[in-house]
Design a protein around this ligand. Structure first.
Ligand code: PAF
Length: 273
């Protein structure tokens, strides 16, 4: 596995790669969720690039940029064992100049849900993903469904800007107790981990009510909030797959999303119905 830290060195190196290229962008502290993205990329392409970059522009003032988990040696081992061909690990000064052009997330879909609680977050995500896609120029890029709004906005960016890449959505990987895998789970104490299980439980509550067929969107959201109590709920939402409000649930075109604070850790989860 080749490790590259300079953006232009990566671009130059990948110009010699003629095979189908799969790309998995990450912020490191790799877990089984990332591994499933890498495995899917390996299965569908001849050459796989993974990036590890804790992107400063997607963190708001006062968020966990400085303390975001870093496990460089373990991450390198995981990528090597998974058969990654190139691991790109730039630092922030290599990726950003002091004053530069950036992308703006769309006002409606970029500033609801996580976009409301983290204004500007998705503009940072889109800008870095655009930079990374331009450097790697992959046939396919892999993103987890856990970050459903991020996945939706990246799909929108690729469509709106006529980009030449297929975005592949990969199912959420969960711990055996149901907690969605996230690099931020390491912040949770044992007690908080137990509390955090209310998040996936609230999605089970929603699924059960959907199956019974005679509950409204408002009733399902209220029942989810009951399951989540006493966690601080950031949002509970039921939208269509275009991230627009739904008055009636349409199975096959709905996503149920939840974000809650467990202690000071912000966790999100969702289910696609
Ligand atoms: O989901 C992530 O890990 C990040 O938001 C991403 C897509 C790598 C951009 O920094």
């Amino acid at each position: 596995m080749k490790i590259i830290r300079e953006p232009l060195a990566l671009k130059e190196y990948l110009q010699t790669v003629k095979s189908r290229l799969g790309f998995v962008p990450t912020m490191g502290a790799l877990h089984e969720g990332h591994l499933s993205l890498i495995q899917k990329a390996k299965a569908e392409n001849d050459f796989v690039v993974v990036s590890i970059f804790v992107n400063p522009t997607q963190f708001l003032q006062g968020e966990d940029l400085e303390s975001y988990p870093k496990k460089e040696a373990a991450d390198i081992k995981i990528c090597e064992l998974a058969g990654v061909d190139v691991l790109f690990m730039p630092n922030a000064s290599a990726m950003y100049e002091k004053d530069e052009v950036s992308l703006q997330a769309p006002n409606v879909r970029g500033y609801v849900l996580e976009g409301t609680s983290r204004p500007g977050h998705f503009s940072g995500v889109l800008t870095v993903v655009m930079k990374l896609l331009n450097l790697v120029n992959p046939s396919r890029a892999y993103f987890g469904k856990k970050d459903a709004q991020q996945l939706h906005l990246i799909g929108l960016m690729v469509k709106n800007l006529y980009m030449n890449v297929t975005i592949v959505a990969v199912d959420t990987v969960r711990e055996s107790d149901g907690l969605a895998m996230s690099s931020r789970n390491v912040y949770l104490s044992k007690e908080e981990h137990q509390e955090a299980l209310k998040i996936s439980a609230s999605l089970k509550t929603a699924t059960n009510l959907v199956m019974q067929k005679n509950f409204s969107v408002a009733e399902i959201k209220a029942a989810m909030r009951q399951t989540l109590a006493p966690l601080e709920v950031v949002y509970v939402e039921i939208l269509n797959r275009d991230f627009e409000p739904l008055h009636e649930l349409e199975v096959g075109n709905s996503v149920i999303l939840v974000e809650a604070l467990v202690g000071s850790t912000r966790l999100l989860d969702n289910i696609w119905l």
